[in-house]
Structures are given as structure tokens and as C-alpha cells.
Design a protein around this ligand. Structure first.
Ligand SMILES: Cc1cc2nc3c(=O)[nH]c(=O)nc-3n(C[C@H](O)[C@H](O)[C@H](O)COP(=O)(O)OP(=O)(O)OC[C@H]3O[C@@H](n4cnc5c(N)ncnc54)[C@H](O)[C@@H]3O)c2cc1C
Length: 413
């Protein structure tokens, strides 16, 4: 039986571990925190998963909240101008539902399931020197420790990385009494964008204490008018500043947030990080190598909600490649090839994130305007979040955008 070690029990590592164990592999996970410490720890990114990622979880029996958590299909994208005026909206439905489950509860339950299935779970903070010892004991060692310090062992890929500094400052709050336009409570994802300022994303969120609430994520451009959170150090302070910022910058959305309340004073997350793509393999010596998975090697800003989706999809691609490889050695060539297979998908994800982090090109503004008028374009756009390659080439290429819009407009006549 082939022996696999996975360092880091998060979205990607646990998904891979459970997929492999269900396929007869002997899997050891090393986590810096116990399941209980993860459950009782601070909030993580809200991680809204779209349909294809949920489907991968379903295949493994990991969709433990399918009946309790709210699964949504509504999607509203609203645009405002920097002087506080409303511009236009894209309203559509995703063809299949998505959901956001508190990762602390998810990882806790998944770790318990992994152990029940016969996996070995070790609590230890993996250090670089542990990795070499692991390569001697296991057929394959995978590092899925997220964006933490271990990721820095993996060299930045300068050709694929487009950021030198954080593109956004992030504040995430778990809130109640939040109401969308149209009085649908927590039923939709909404993304409110103000050019030059940033974005506010809200979606249903199933919090770890079995509370159905919403998450609110403010993505502020550093130094811009949404960047108002320096010095605020509690959930209630952050929410007050968010409301005041919305009242000034997005008064047309204020009503939806006016009565919002934080569900607990520590139900928040605040920080920033620089998106990066790293080389997928670390050579520990002339023979031993380990490979990276998830945020460790492809770290995107959460602006279009892709990190967790990517983590699950990448875990699936790695698992399929491991199974296909049979008893052959997992050498660096295989590791690079496996990563490239996933990059063929993720290059679109990364570009999708970058398009939304950058000032929009004229054809992107035209496309979004057209989506506000044409239900077909609106549907293609919101469903593209589930599978970003479907947004290309038209989202990125001016000529392809014109052709795409002409076809859709013609079909609408
Ligand atoms: C504010 C915010 C909002 C987000 N919203 C979304 C969203 O809506 N949709 C979406 O798809 N994605 C979203 N994301 C991204 C998503 O949360 C991550 O991309 C995803 O969790 C990455 O999975 P991972 O397995 O790579 O890392 P993680 O899930 O972070 O897991 C890494 C694990 O490794 C452990 N670890 C770290 N160091 C060590 C070590 N040395 N030894 C052992 N264990 C270690 C950590 O404790 C952790 O449990 C968001 C992120 C943020 C910050």
C-alpha cells in the first residue's frame, strides 16, 4: 500500500487525504493544530464554494451540511461611482447552488472522519527539517499548509506572479440582520463594487455554532476611500466603520446594512496578503523532493471567491494523478507535470482574479454593462465563477469580447 504524507489539515489537504484514503492509500496528516484547536480558533476566510467544488465534496461524503446550511443560487453584482451614485446591476442565478460553511467546523468534522476511515492524524508544527525525514518514510510528501511560513520554502514563480504587494486590505465580518435589496434575507451572493475604492461581498454563511448568518467581506484598495479600518480592533468597531463607509460611498446600498449586527465580537478577520504563484516542487537534496498544494503554491486574493474552490479542485487533480501513477516513483518530473495539469485550469482563475483586482479595461466595462441588460450574458458571467475557464477568451480579449457581445445581442433580437 502506498504511503502518502500531507502537511496541513485545511481545505486542500483534508480533501486530498480523504480522497486518497477512500482509494486505498495509507495517509498520514500532520497538522499544527488539533481538530479541537481548529474548531475553537479564530475565523478563517469564509470560503464560499460553487457547485463543482461542492460536487467533489459530495462524491466523498463530505457535504455534511447539505440539509442544514443555506445553499444559494441568487447572484447580484452592483456597481457604484466614486461620488456615491448607483451605476448599474447584474442580477442572475447560478444554475446550481453554492454554499459557505465555516471551515473551523468543516475541518473539525473532516479530521474526525479521516481518523474514522483509518488515517493517521499527528499534531505537530511541521518545520523544513521535518520534511526530509518524511521523504524517507513516505512515497510522497505534500505540503498543504496554506499561506503560512512553510509556503516560503517554495520559490516565487516570477513569470506567473503578478503582484508585489497586497492588492486589497481585507475585513471579514459574520453578521446577522442583514437584508438584501428585494428583502431576500441571506439568499444571494452580492458584490458591490465602487471603482477606485474596492468591493463589498456578502453571502449566506453557516457559522460553526450552527448559526445561519451572512459573511461580509470588505476588499478595500489600500489608501482608497474604503480603507477605513486602521486602528479598529473589535468586530463591533469594524462593523460600525463598515456601515459609515457604506453610508458615504454606497448610500444606495445602506438600507441593506443599516441593521446588521456582528454575531460575536470576535467573529471577524482582518489583514492582507500578496497574491503569488510559486514553483510547485522543493528539492530537499539531490534525490528528495516535496510538492505544494492549495494556497501554498497558488495564492489568490478572495475578490472572486476562488481560493477554496481551487484548493478542492487541485486536491482532486492531484489525487487522480496519484492514482493513475500506480506504483511508479513520485519524482520531481511527475510533481511538475501534475501541477502543470492543474495550472492549465488555474491560469484562468488567476487571470479572472487579476482582471477584477485591476482598473477595468474598456471592454470589461462594456461587458458588465451588457450583462446588466442581457440575461444570457448575465448568466454566463455569474456561472463563470463556478468554472472560470468558461469566461475566456471574451473577458480578457477585446476582439473576442466584441464578437461574444454581438452574438448574444443578435440572439436576443
Ligand atoms: C477573507 C478571506 C475570504 C475568503 N473567501 C473565499 C471564498 O469566498 N471562496 C473561496 O473559494 N475561497 C475564499 N478564500 C480562500 C480560502 O479560504 C483558501 O484559499 C483555502 O482555505 C486554502 O486552502 P488550503 O488547504 O490551501 O489552506 P488552508 O485551508 O489555510 O489550510 C492550511 C492548514 O495548514 C495548517 N498549517 C499551517 N502551517 C502548518 C505547519 N507548519 N505544519 C502543519 N500544519 C500547518 C493550518 O493550520 C491550516 O489548517 C478566502 C480567504 C480569505 C482570507
Amino acid at each position: 500500500m502506498r504511503k502518502i504524507a500531507i502537511m496541513g489539515a485545511g481545505q486542500s489537504g483534508l480533501h486530498l487525504a480523504i480522497r486518497l484514503i477512500r482509494n486505498g492509500y495509507q495517509v498520514t496528516m500532520v497538522s499544527e493544530r488539533s481538530a479541537e484547536e481548529i474548531f475553537n480558533g479564530p475565523p478563517t476566510g469564509a470560503t464560499y464554494l460553487f457547485h463543482d467544488s461542492l460536487q467533489l465534496e459530495r462524491e466523498l461524503g463530505l457535504d455534511l451540511w447539505k440539509d442544514s446550511a443555506y445553499h444559494s443560487t441568487g447572484f447580484n453584482v452592483n456597481f457604484g461611482t466614486p461620488d456615491g451614485n448607483y451605476a448599474f446591476s447584474i442580477n442572475s442565478r447560478t444554475s446550481k447552488p453554492g454554499a459557505s460553511i465555516d471551515q473551523r467546523m468543516k475541518f473539525y468534522q473532516w479530521i474526525k472522519l479521516f481518523e474514522k476511515l483509518g488515517g493517521q492524524f499527528i499534531v505537530s508544527d511541521t518545520t523544513p527539517s521535518d520534511l526530509l525525514a518524511c521523504t524517507e518514510q513516505f512515497d510522497l510528501v505534500i505540503v498543504s499548509s496554506g499561506k503560512g511560513p512553510l509556503a516560503r520554502l517554495f520559490t516565487r514563480d516570477d513569470e506567473r506572479s503578478t503582484h508585489e504587494v497586497p492588492a486589497r486590505k481585507l475585513v471579514q465580518l459574520h453578521i446577522n440582520n442583514f437584508e438584501h435589496i428585494g428583502k431576500t434575507k441571506f439568499t444571494s451572493i452580492s458584490l458591490d463594487a465602487v471603482m477606485g475604492a474596492g468591493e463589498i461581498i456578502t453571502a449566506p454563511f453557516y457559522q460553526k455554532d450552527d448559526i445561519q448568518c451572512a459573511f461580509l467581506l470588505v476588499e478595500s484598495i489600500p489608501g482608497g476611500p474604503m480603507d477605513v479600518f486602521d486602528g479598529a480592533m473589535s468586530g463591533s468597531q469594524l462593523l460600525e466603520r463598515t456601515k459609515e463607509m457604506i453610508r458615504i460611498l454606497l448610500p444606495w446600498r445602506y438600507e441593506a446594512f443599516a441593521n446588521a449586527e456582528i454575531i460575536a465580537d470576535d467573529a471577524y478577520l482582518k489583514g492582507s496578503f500578496t497574491p503569488v504563484v510559486r514553483k510547485p516542487v522543493v528539492h530537499l537534496n539531490s534525490k528528495a523532493a516535496v510538492m505544494g498544494l492549495g494556497d501554498t503554491v497558488i495564492l489568490n486574493d478572495p475578490i472572486v471567491g476562488q481560493g477554496g474552490n481551487n484548493a478542492s479542485k487541485m486536491a482532486n487533480v492531484y489525487a487522480q494523478a496519484i492514482i493513475r501513477h500506480g506504483n511508479a516513483p513520485f519524482d520531481a518530473e511527475w510533481m511538475n507535470r501534475t501541477f502543470e495539469e492543474f495550472w492549465e485550469y488555474s491560469r484562468h482563475v488567476n487571470r479572472f482574479c487579476d482582471i477584477f483586482l485591476s482598473p477595468p479595461a474598456p471592454h470589461v466595462i462594456e461587458l458588465l454593462g451588457a450583462a446588466s441588460q442581457n440575461p444570457d450574458i448575465a448568466s454566463d458571467f455569474v456561472n463563470g465563477f463556478n468554472h472560470p475557464p468558461a469566461l475566456f477568451p471574451w473577458l480578457d480579449d477585446e476582439q473576442a469580447a466584441r464578437l461574444y457581445m454581438a452574438e448574444k445581442m443578435q440572439a436576443a433580437i
